[in-house]
Design a protein around this ligand. Sequence first.
Ligand code: HEM
Ligand code: NAG
Ligand code: NAG
Length: 586
Amino acid sequence: MVTLDLPTINSRFGDFQLAPNGLVAVIGTLIGITALTYLLSTIQGALTVRNKHHGSRPPKLPYTIPLLGHLPEFLKDTLKFLARATAEYGPSTPVRIQLLNRHMSLLKGADAVTSLFKSSRDLSSEHWLVQVLVNAFGVEVADAPFYLADDTGIANQPDPRSNMTNPEHRIFHLVFKSVHSGLSGVSLEEMERQLVRNLSSQIHQTDFQSDSWTEIPDLYGSLFRTVAFKAAVVSLCGPNVFEVIPTFDKDFWTFDSALPDLFKEMPRWLAPSSYAARDKMKDHLHKWQTFAHERYDVKQGQQDKREWEEYFGSRLMRTRHEFFQKMPLSKETIAADDLGLIWAATANTVPAIGWMLLEVLQRPELLQRVREEVAPYVSWDSSDQSQMVVDIPNLCSRPLLQSIYAEVLRLRSGTVINRVPTSNDFHIDGWHFKKDEQIIVSTYDTARDQYVWNQGSNDNPHSVEEFWPERFIVYPDNDNSGPVLRSIAQQQPKNTQNAKISEPTFTLDGTAGSWIPYGGGTRMCPGRHFAKKEMIVTMAMFLTAFDIELLVDEKSGIQPDLGYFMFGVMHPKGKIPARIRKRRFG
Ligand code: HEM
Ligand SMILES: *[C@@H]1O[C@H](CO)[C@@H](O)[C@H](O)[C@H]1NC(C)=O
Ligand SMILES: *[C@@H]1O[C@H](CO)[C@@H](O)[C@H](O)[C@H]1NC(C)=O
């Protein structure tokens, strides 16, 4: 994710007035300048690549407009721009990008990306994180110095170079520890149980019939998205969010659609509704936090042996509010920080669940196979009609379900991962990256790297742009199966293909640095274990409970909404009409 100085451009270039004659001359000159700039930057880039030596800076992507750099192209069509940057100078040469006064390098190639993730010690994301918390989620500017004063790092031991002495103010470490322990082990298992419990009751309460179809105008927006979001929030924060704020679901998605404006640092007067959507969410969360604090004393949090209780929900949430109370932060900032966590916990998973269901429902034969894989592990509880029983570990180990999960994240995630070197001595592959200058990686483009991904055979092609449900399955009798090219699969240390598998097996072998929807290294998404369970379990429960037929135009298919590109998993675009009925047998 990248932030821009839009207001600066407006004020600098906003008040030009030109006479018509002068205009022709100016345009002529500008064309000359842009052609020359393009030519010079192309030559310069090519020379950098040819004369590369240890310590060279990555070549700059050719551009046409002095001062602005790549900004106009970037703003016009970010997806196309990153594709050009990815292609320029070949698959593994990083390129430098200039967006007005900000410079950054796009890192490419699986090995380089893997090196980046392994170099966590020399990189930081804290400053960038604070920028995101302030710009996007609305942490108060007055509280930013508190975050920035914490230079102790995320590790248990504070960084020896730091002077900060109060352990209760180590906000990055405390957050890091709480999300990692809260999203693993027994805490994670309890969140999974709460998820299934809430999904069951929501599914049970729908008023669809079993003997007749109900037509709904928007399967994703009014059913999948709502149900999946509520269940996810209840497992994290408990059910009272929705009791205290009945419009929480609707208001959250309005905020989510405003995020691109906020990330781009659009000023409030240019995007008033985006800021209003965020203010509303902050108010909501503050209301909920007050409600919960009045009924539950977080100071007793560690004595309370329950992994989940109704006021703060998960142990993760309870632990956060215990340490927040000891920090001199405003209530607005604490609400904004929670907004950030709730966004991280739902804004990718919920659209990804939508895609899993929609990809399967678009392919009747696949639907049949998925139902067969799901059936042994999901059923209605014979003693409680409102509950489904799910064997989560075994369900989530099925090869086809895992492959569909991985393929959805490969195809639909458009995140830009961000790291900043903390010293002036940072190198990857002999290229030098400057201190404090962002290094970015585009998950959308690494997921389409033709030098890595298996695209099927001549008689059975599966382009990187295609949803191929079996892409991540290795078949014992088929050397051309599996996610990556054979040459790459054979280099893998514990090569599944040589390991003489006897049945179809899910694998991510060979995709390190290419399948990176969760980022990598010490900052890798701590929610990935929960996300995987959530995606597979929710799909399985929906397909067990309902028969669904899509009423969309077959030819065009369902497309991603590119308005969300750069901000994680993209939502399906437009309304998706469908008809639905309850299944008689679970
Ligand atoms: C399909 C679902 C998800 C995707 C694609 C995803 C993706 C990501 C990515 C790309 C990052 C940044 C990683 C990096 O910089 O290397 C991240 C960070 C994070 N994610 Fe997720 N995520 C998902 C689900 C979740 C869930 C379910 C939770 C919590 C319940 C969660 C909590 C977090 C947190 C707290 C961070 C910040 C970690 C840090 O800064 O150290 N995520 N996620
Ligand atoms: C830490 O303290 C030393 C000595 O008092 C000082 O020189 C240095 O600037 C301080 N560093 C920070 C990050 O405040
Ligand atoms: C499920 O979530 C909804 C909020 O959408 C809540 O009203 C309901 O009480 C929850 N049910 C269970 C069993 O947790």
